[in-house]
Design a protein around this ligand. Structure first.
Ligand code: PLP
Length: 467
C-alpha cells in the first residue's frame, strides 16, 4: 500500500518515492461502487479514434445512478400536478413528493421537527436560509468557501475569517472571532470543492454552539462522499444538491430547524406558499410550503430521494474505502511527475474526499484540461472553481485543474489520467490548441457532437463561472 508523504508546506503535496509504472499489484485498486448511467460512454478524440469517456469531474455534477434513472422512469407515467390535483396520477405524484421529502430528511439524520425544504440546488438552499436569518448577530464564514456559501452572506452583516496554514490554527482563529461578539450563524463547508479536504463538522458545531451561533453545513461536496447526521453532529442546517449526489434532475434541499424557516422571507412568493391572499396582503404558510412557491420539481425530488436511498444502503465506510483507494492512487501518481503539484489548504492531515486539484508547471490549466479531453477522452475541470478567495490564498489566481471521483469511478480512470499527464509533461500536446475568449480548445476541433446537442460546445456556450 502506498502512502502519501505529509506536505512540507500548506500548499502542495510532497512527491512520493514510488513512481507511476510500479506493478499494478503494488497499488490499491477499485472498481465502480454503484452502476452509473453512461459508464461506457464513447468519447471521440481529435485524431479520429474513439475511447471510453473517463469522467473525472464528478465534483461538478456526478453521473446519474442507474437506480435513480430507473426510479424516474417508474415515476414518469404518474407525473401530474401535485398537492392540488384530485386525479389518481396527482395523488401518486403528491405522495411521492412527500415521501421523497421524508427520505431526504432521513438521509441527513434530520431530527423530529426539522424541516426539509426542496430547492433547486445548494446555492438556492443557502440563499433561502440567508432570507431567514434573525435580525441580531452576523454570519461568520471562512475564506475558503465556494461562492454559494459566501455571496449570500456577503450581502448581510458578516465576518470572513482567514484560513490559517493548519486546520488546528484555523479552528483557533474561528474560535477567537466567534468569541469577539455573538454571531447568528457559522456557515461552513463540509469538504472543500477545491482540495477535497474535510472540515470537522462535529467540532465546528460544538465550537459555534459554545458561542451561541447556529451552524449551516454546505454539504454540496460532503453529502455525496460521507454520511452526515444533523442529529449526531448537532448541526442546525444542511444544504446539498441532487446533481452532485448522482441525481441530475435539478433538485436540492435545505434541512434544519423550523423556527427561522417559519419566520423568514418566503423564498419564492407564489402559489402554494400561502394560507390566504387578498389583493393587498398575504398570510404566508409555514415552512416548507412558505419557501416552495410554484409547481415543485417532483421528479427532481423523487430522483434525489432515490439517490439518498442508494447511498444510504451502502455498507458503512464503503464510500470512504472506495475513494481513499482512488484518491491515494491519483495523488501518488500525479505528485511523482516532474513539475506537477497537488494543492492542499492545510499542512496538517485533514481527511479528504475524492477531489484533487493540481497544476502542471508552465502549462495553463485550461490547456491541460483541453488536452486531456481532446487527446485522451478524460473530463476534468479547470479554472478557479467558484472559490476565487481560496484560489488566491493558494497562489493559484491563474487557475488549476481538478480531478474528482465518484461511486462510478474505477482504478483504470485514475491510471488513464496519470498516464495522460505524464505524457503531457514528457512530450507536450500532440495537437494544436487556441485560446478564445479565455477558453482553450483544440484548433481545429474535428470531434462531432451528437446531432441533438447542437454545436455550441466552444467558448461562446461556456459558463463564465465554473464549479
Ligand atoms: N458548495 C460547494 C462546496 C460546491 O462545490 C458547490 C458546487 O460546486 C456549491 C456549493 C454550489 O452547488 P450548486 O451549483 O449545486 O448550487
Amino acid at each position: 500500500m502506498s502512502t502519501i508523504a505529509r506536505p512540507t508546506t500548506p500548499r502542495t503535496v510532497a512527491r512520493p518515492a514510488t513512481r507511476p509504472g510500479a506493478p499494478a499489484s503494488d497499488w490499491p485498486g477499485a472498481g465502480p461502487l454503484l452502476p452509473v448511467v453512461g459508464a461506457d460512454l464513447a468519447a471521440p478524440l481529435v485524431d479520429g479514434r474513439t475511447v471510453r469517456h473517463v469522467n473525472l469531474d464528478q465534483a461538478a455534477s456526478a453521473q446519474c445512478l442507474e437506480s435513480v434513472a430507473a426510479r424516474v422512469t417508474a415515476a414518469l407515467p404518474y407525473y401530474a400536478s401535485v398537492h392540488r390535483g384530485a386525479g389518481w396520477a396527482s395523488q401518486v405524484s403528491t405522495s411521492a413528493l412527500e415521501q421523497s421529502r421524508r427520505t431526504i430528511g432521513g438521509f441527513v439524520g434530520a431530527r423530529p421537527g426539522d424541516v426539509v425544504v426542496l430547492t433547486r440546488n445548494t446555492t438556492d438552499a443557502l440563499n433561502l436560509l440567508a432570507g431567514c436569518l434573525p435580525t441580531w448577530g452576523d454570519v461568520v464564514f471562512l475564506d475558503l468557501e465556494h461562492h454559494a456559501n459566501l455571496l449570500p452572506w456577503q450581502a448581510r452583516p458578516h465576518r470572513a475569517v482567514a484560513t490559517q496554514p493548519t486546520l488546528e490554527g484555523t479552528l483557533a482563529e474561528l474560535e477567537r472571532v466567534l468569541a469577539e461578539r455573538p454571531a447568528a450563524l457559522l456557515a461552513v463547508t463540509g469538504a472543500s470543492n477545491v482540495t477535497g479536504e474535510e472540515l470537522p463538522v462535529d467540532r465546528l458545531v460544538r465550537l459555534a454552539h459554545r458561542h451561541g451561533a447556529r451552524v449551516v453545513v454546505d454539504a454540496a461536496q460532503l453529502a455525496p462522499h460521507r454520511r452526515i447526521s444533523l442529529t449526531e453532529s448537532g448541526a442546525d442546517y444542511v444544504a446539498f444538491s441532487g446533481h452532485k449526489l448522482y441525481a441530475p434532475y435539478g433538485a436540492g434541499a435545505l434541512v434544519g430547524r423550523r423556527d427561522w424557516l417559519d419566520r423568514g422571507t418566503p423564498h419564492l412568493a407564489g402559489g402554494g406558499a400561502v394560507v390566504q391572499v387578498d389583493v393587498e396582503q398575504t398570510q404566508w404558510a409555514c415552512a416548507p410550503a412558505r419557501h416552495e412557491g410554484g409547481t415543485p420539481n417532483v421528479l427532481g425530488a423523487v430522483a434525489l430521494a432515490a439517490a439518498c436511498e442508494a447511498l444510504g444502503a451502502l455498507p458503512e465506510a464503503a464510500l470512504e474505502v472506495h475513494e481513499a483507494a482512488l484518491r491515494e492512487r491519483l495523488v501518488h501518481g500525479l505528485t511523482a511527475l516532474d513539475g506537477v503539484e497537488v494543492h492542499r489548504v492545510f499542512a496538517d492531515d485533514a481527511p479528504s474526499i475524492g477531489v484533487v486539484t493540481f497544476t502542471v508547471d508552465g502549462v495553463d490549466a485550461g490547456l491541460v484540461a483541453a488536452y486531456l479531453s481532446a487527446e485522451h477522452g478524460i473530463g476534468v475541470r479547470d479554472g478557479r472553481f467558484c472559490a476565487h478567495p481560496l484560489l488566491a490564498h493558494l497562489g493559484l489566481d491563474a487557475g488549476a485543474v481538478r480531478a474528482s471521483v465518484g461511486v462510478g469511478s474505477r482504478t483504470e480512470d485514475v491510471d488513464r489520467l496519470v498516464a495522460a499527464v505524464a505524457e503531457l509533461v514528457a512530450h507536450g500536446p500532440s495537437w494544436t490548441y487556441a485560446r478564445t475568449e479565455g477558453r482553450w480548445a483544440p484548433s481545429p476541433d474535428p470531434r462531432p457532437l451528437p446531432a441533438w446537442a447542437g454545436d455550441s460546445a466552444g467558448p461562446a456556450g461556456a459558463s463564465p463561472c465554473e464549479s
